[in-house]
Design a protein around this ligand. Structure first.
Ligand code: SPQ
Length: 451
């Protein structure tokens, strides 16, 4: 009789069930893992490359579905972007202000970063008409957070439910500069306004309540924009009209993707993994701080700086985690890692409380509800809070059928939880992982020694 495979993919009408059988996984997770390129930096390198004068060369681009959406939108507006591959992508920029009116609706697929950042670019291109839409998830995610400040700058934008939902129509204008005090710490809001400010005469400033990821600021500077940052007040100012010059961008590995292996290595007995080339920008390393609070055994090795972003190799060894509280200013620095931290908390001793994370309710899915319901189906003890979760760790999990809600981070978090669940776990709609991690399943198979 053939030995059962521990990890299998079943494809039904293009929907993938990821099946994980704990009974046949003997191996701890071991080896060296190379993760895909950072999603936030990948989007920004394609966008700034398209808006710059001259050629931009991107190495290490994430080949996930989200950056592909960004590339296809900017191609539709005249940027020449070579075939996407990891080694080298060449972008022939058309210069700020020169985007062509697209002949069809721009479709951002599942990507919130694409639509929100791009709206700042479109709104500030006078005399051109743009229509933008995305998938079912995008059409339910709030856009007023960027539409309202852009309207304060004079933008003309229309959409469903008082211009708050895609599809959106944009009639590009010459905008006026503003100082926007954002009620939320959101890199998408900040970046959208800064991108609009590039084409706007004068100084455009965004102040946020706490610092969100700063990849836009770093990359805008390196492309030649005049930009100043006040770290005391969490304010960024860009001076328009700007001119951007094509650059070489080296995209580090995505710490949000590394987080799955940091937690897998921590919870599967006997594991030891090295995750190579991880971006450790301080605005993204909240997950390392949360896992340190939980007692995880993680070390940063070979720390270096690559093209303006700090990078390190992360080594993780299995250890018993303990519950902790994750809240406050830490939240924007680990917002995308909360689903996988909820998995870590499930295998920790004691109680973990996650608060101040109401933003999770308006991501690709309602990530609070998704993680609470699906982990509870597996036998965990998770209570939903309006702005987070309370998780009592240490309950034994048993495999069952769970759903990703077509959210990449939910699909991958549940796959890691399944590594420690008895029996068979089937994750429906696991194809969502391809949004940010196209070869997640193959990497998991390699880590357990199946390939
Ligand atoms: O791009 P999208 O769909 O919004 O992706 C997510 C993710 O989990 O990959 C959020 F669902 O990441 C956002 C992140 O949450 C990417 C991002 C960025 O690149 O600027 C910023 C964060 O969003 P926000 O709303 O806090 O600005």
């Amino acid at each position: 009789m053939a030995t059962p495979t521990a990890i299998a993919l079943k494809i039904i009408d293009e929907r993938h069930d990821l099946i994980i059988q704990k009974s046949s996984i003997h191996q701890p997770l071991q080896g060296r893992i190379c993760i895909p390129g950072d999603k936030s930096i990948s989007h920004r390198s394609l966008m700034l490359g398209a808006l710059a004068e001259g050629e931009t060369v991107i190495r290490g681009l994430l080949l996930g579905e989200d950056p592909r959406s960004t590339a296809s939108c900017f191609r539709a507006m005249g940027a020449e972007i070579s075939d996407l591959n990891i080694d080298e992508v060449r972008v022939k920029g058309i210069g700020l202000g020169n985007l062509q009116e697209p002949l069809d609706v721009l479709n951002v697929g599942n990507s919130g970063t694409t639509i929100r950042l791009m709206l700042g670019v479109l709104a500030s291109h006078p005399g051109r008409f743009f229509a933008v839409t995305g998938d079912r998830s995008i059409r339910s995610r709030p856009m007023s957070r960027v539409v309202k400040p852009l309207q304060q700058m004079g933008a003309q934008i229309w959409g469903r439910q008082e211009n708050s939902l895609a599809p959106l129509a944009v009639w590009g204008q010459a905008l006026k500069p503003i100082h926007y005090h954002s009620p939320i710490a959101s890199a998408q809001v900040k970046s959208c306004i800064l991108l609009a400010g590039l084409m706007t005469d004068g100084k455009t400033t965004v102040t946020e309540p706490t610092l969100s990821r700063d990849h836009s600021e770093r990359m805008l500077r390196s492309f030649g924009a005049e930009l100043s940052v006040d770290p005391e007040t969490h304010s960024v100012t860009v001076v328009g009209q700007a001119r951007l010059k094509g650059q070489t961008v080296i995209v580090p590995g995505d710490i949000s993707s590394a987080a799955f292996w940091l937690v897998a290595g921590s919870i599967v007995p006997g594991s030891e993994l090295t995750i190579a080339n991880v971006g450790v920008n301080p605005t993204r390393t909240g997950v390392l701080e949360a896992l340190a609070q939980m007692g995880a055994d993680i070390t940063l090795e070979n720390q270096r700086e690559v093209a303006g972003e700090p990078v390190a190799d992360l080594r993780v060894r299995h250890t018993q985690l303990k519950g902790c509280t994750i809240a406050g200013d830490l939240i924007p620095r680990l917002i995308d890692e909360i689903p996988i931290l909820a998995v870590a908390a499930t295998f920790a001793t004691g109680i973990t409380v996650i608060r101040d994370a109401e933003e999770l309710r308006v991501k690709e899915s309602d990530r609070i509800s998704a993680m609470a319901t699906q982990l509870n189906l597996l036998g965990a003890s998770v209570t939903e809070l309006p702005d987070g979760m309370e998780i009592t760790g240490g309950k034994a999990l048993t495999g069952t059928e769970v759903d990703s809600f077509t959210d990449h981070r939910i699909a991958m978090s549940l796959a890691i939880a399944a590594l420690n669940a008895q029996g068979t776990t089937t994750i429906h709609r696991a194809e969502a992982a391809a949004i940010s991690y196209p070869d997640f399943t193959e990497t998991l198979q390699r880590a357990i020694g199946e390939r």
